[in-house]
Write a protein of this length. Structure first.
Length: 351
């Protein structure tokens, strides 16, 4: 499980779920996954935040609620016709979050009165079936592949037009997968390497069809968000056998920017203001450390001394407040609703 700071406040719902008979399967940087039964998992999105593979000793207000509601939004509306792992229920005559049923009725014999519905989704159990790669797609050239592009003219193993300014929009989304490393940082690889590895496990044809499906999903979501004034510069998908899984197009898995600010940024030759956890990353790069380097990004999460140092840092309140505000603004721009209204009217959660 993920190494979480010891002095983070314990999530109150953990005790309720344990007493209800659920088993904690995994604790990620942000999400905790609980087994409901042999086919069903409850995924709880916390307010934890991580940068550079370190979980920080702070919580971002409403973050887990935004991630949950935004994933629910994409999978039940704009991308509803793409296969996905979300389990829904016919509640009040419409499809909604099946986790509501956990509180309303006995679900497989387990009554859970205090499940945090605002941050919980019930999903199909895809344990052992997930692709061993991060499925990263970019409609704009920037981020971790830009330096390589400047050096070679290539990104993700694909040649691009020369001299593209940073964050230029690409005509077609670029697939730039990365590995999922158990230790250390993920490694960017090219598409050919991805297909060759999938071929080794007999899934090359499926992998190519999956990439085509994800490209269509990204294009559709991008067009929808663009009409609402927000650009999804890049995003990371998780998949299993042609099925969308995990979080979808959230500030934790995607890089958002306001369209008008992006247009100004391109004219001024600067980065746009990112509507994700970039304020926290920017702060993290300035942290002075006792290890001869500046920046959490230059530390190793597998080094116990580095880990202890980061877990004891106090993140400035302004940084966390800014991150929370950006999350809420992103949600409202994309869905057209406040978080509370969406939870009540679309997820049928009455807080």
């Amino acid at each position: 499980m993920q190494k979480i700071p010891k002095n983070l406040p314990e999530d109150a719902w953990s005790g309720y779920l344990q007493r209800a008979g659920l088993t904690l399967l995994s604790q990620g940087k942000v999400r905790d996954t609980w087994r409901v039964n042999e086919d069903t998992l409850a995924v709880i999105a916390t307010d934890r935040i991580s940068i550079f593979d370190f979980v920080l000793n702070t919580l971002v207000p409403k973050k887990g609620e935004v991630l949950t509601a935004l994933t629910h939004f994409w999978l039940t509306s704009v991308l509803s016709h793409f296969p996905n792992h979300l389990i829904q229920s016919n509640f009040y005559g419409r499809k909604t979050n099946a986790a509501v049923e956990l509180k309303r009725v006995n679900f497989y014999g387990k009554y859970i009165p205090e499940i945090p519905l605002e941050r919980c989704l019930l999903v199909k159990d895809l344990t052992g079936q997930m692709y061993p790669f991060e499925m990263i797609f970019r409609h704009h050239i920037g981020g971790s592949v830009y330096k390589k592009y400047l050096e070679t003219g290539m990104a993700g193993g694909q040649r691009l037009a020369p001299w593209l300014p940073k964050w230029s929009k690409l005509a077609i989304p670029l697939f730039t997968p990365s590995t999922k490393e158990a230790v250390g940082h993920d490694i960017n690889v090219n598409a050919d390497y991805f297909y060759s590895e999938m071929k080794k496990i007999g899934k090359e044809d499926e992998a190519r069809a999956t990439v085509a499906m994800l490209t269509k999903a990204y294009i559709k979501a991008y067009a929808y968000a663009e009409k609402r004034g927000m650009l999804i510069l890049d995003t990371k998908f998780e998949v299993s056998e042609m099925m969308l899984a995990d979080e979808i197009l959230t500030p934790d898995s995607s890089r958002f920017a306001l369209k008008k600010d992006w247009e100004r940024a391109m004219k001024e030759g600067r980065d746009p203001q990112f509507y994700d956890k970039e304020p926290v990353r920017e702060w993290g790069r300035t942290v002075k450390t006792p290890f001869g380097v500046t920046g959490i990004n230059n530390l190793n999460p597998e080094n116990p001394e580095h880990l202890e140092f980061v877990h004891n840092i106090k993140v400035p309140n302004k940084v966390i407040t800014d991150c929370s505000k950006r999350n809420l603004k992103t949600f409202k721009l994309i869905t057209g609703k406040t978080l509370g209204n969406y939870q009540k009217n679309d997820m049928k959660i009455f807080l």
